[in-house]
Design a protein around this ligand. Structure first.
Ligand SMILES: Nc1ncnc2c1ncn2[C@@H]1O[C@H](COP(=O)(O)OP(=O)(O)OP(=O)(O)O)[C@@H](O)[C@H]1O
Length: 381
């Protein structure tokens, strides 16, 4: 097929006020250009992409948030003569590639914007007759096997037959920054992805628990961020790593053993909050999901957040492991997360599952948490 344009559609942006919409559209176009080598035109709620390489364009558009669907198309002029000629060639291509045959029930879907001397129905009937003359296949408007779309916009027309689903969401970078706590596990990369999908720029903070973890954990974190960067064209993820081993050692030495995981989370949130202030981020994000592991009880979730003033968002909170795993597979992080990284050896035999604020405060005092956090924060690279 000799496509010469890809039409991209966006959803939610269209619901915004005209000022916000214009800003979102500009950002979306910028992100598309960062992801694809192309020229771009914006017109009446559609984005027209003229890529250098169609294969690359179709693959990368699938990773640009804000794009709801897209169609490779051929363009022509918006009059009977040119549409007839171009549609005829388009149908030849469909025949060659086996999308249409003499038994294929088909329908023409025509949309029109602008002033023309024909209605959408008249143009649809005309285009239908062009296809029938060429292929001899039956028209079926209620249950077609193939839909051929003809969009006439002022003096231009576009013909296509595919609508490929995009990732949806909002253009990356339109909703401010968040600090996402990213481990090398399955959940937190999905949490980062979902926030990016809602338009948030991500600062990924990883706590390097060495010597309680091996080098594989850090390596896998790097690979996960590399994979997520393919969704962050235009607004790349900022990567930050804090040396967290000394903090954990202090927790183990000075506070009750069973509080180690609670103190670990509490420290992570506080370091994330400091980092957020430094970089102008407005929220902290983690991959918690209620009851998924022993430490993710509601009482632990509440107690570990004590002392943090910034919102801590947990986009996976109501999802089960299977749902999270499915997303991780789709976005290409599961294969990395499932690699054996040796786990964390700071985890006590019986971790606290019913932490309360008083005992957390007591444990924080016992380990001199404020000083340990300050020290860890200064190690961030
Ligand atoms: N080493 C780490 N660095 C940064 N964040 C972390 C780290 N370990 C845990 N977190 C954060 O705390 C959340 C809860 O971690 P926890 O270990 O309790 O659960 P999990 O189900 O294993 O999470 P994940 O699959 O994301 O590792 C993680 O989703 C992540 O946001």
């Amino acid at each position: 097929m000799n496509y010469d344009v890809v039409i991209a559609r966006y959803g939610e942006i269209g619901l915004k006020s005209s000022k916000v919409r214009a800003r979102f559209e500009r950002k979306l176009v910028k992100n598309i250009k960062a992801a694809i080598d192309c020229e771009v035109d914006r017109n009446q709620g559609r984005i027209y992409i003229f890529p250098k390489n169609y294969g690359e364009c179709l693959e990368n558009l699938n990773k640009v948030f804000g794009v709801v669907s897209y169609s490779p198309a051929v363009s022509t002029y918006g009059n009977y003569e040119d549409i007839e000629k171009t549609l005829g060639e388009y149908v030849d291509g469909l025949l060659r590639e086996g999308f249409i045959g003499e038994d294929t029930r088909f329908a023409i879907k025509c949309r029109r914007v602008g002033n023309h001397d024909f209605t959408s129905q008249e143009m649809a009937a005309f285009c239908g007759s062009v296809v029938v003359k060429k292929v001899g296949c039956p028209v079926d408007l209620t249950n077609p096997e193939l839909k051929i779309y003809v969009e006439v916009r002022d003096d231009e027309a576009f013909i296509y037959h595919e609508k490929i689903d995009g990732p949806g969401g909002l253009p990356l970078g339109t909703q401010g920054k968040v600090v996402v706590l990213v481990s090398s596990g399955i959940d937190s990369p999905v949490a980062a992805y979902l926030m990016m999908k809602r338009g948030c720029e991500v600062i990924a903070l990883h706590c390097d628990n060495a010597p309680f973890t091996g080098p594989k954990v850090h390596e896998n974190f790097d690979k996960i961020i590399d994979q997520l960067q393919s969704y962050a064209k235009g607004v790349p993820i900022t990567k930050k790593v804090v040396k967290y081993g000394e903090y954990l050692q202090q927790a183990k030495d000075c506070a009750p053993e069973k509080m180690t995981c609670v103190l670990c989370k509490s420290g992570m949130y506080q370091i994330a909050e400091k980092l957020a202030h430094k970089y102008g981020a407005l929220a902290i994000v983690d991959g918690s999901s209620v009851g998924q592991v022993a430490s993710q009880t509601l009482s632990n979730i509440l107690a570990t957040r004590h002392g943090v003033d910034m919102p801590i968002l947990s986009p996976l909170i109501g999802l089960d492991k299977l749902e999270i795993t499915r997303i991780a597979e789709d976005i290409g992080t599961f294969e990395i997360s499932k690699l054996d990284d040796g786990g964390c050896h700071a985890v006590p035999r019986y971790p606290e599952t019913k932490a309360d604020v008083d005992r957390v405060e007591e444990a924080c005092r016992a380990m001199n948490q404020k000083e340990a956090i300050e020290k860890a924060f200064n190690s961030i690279v």
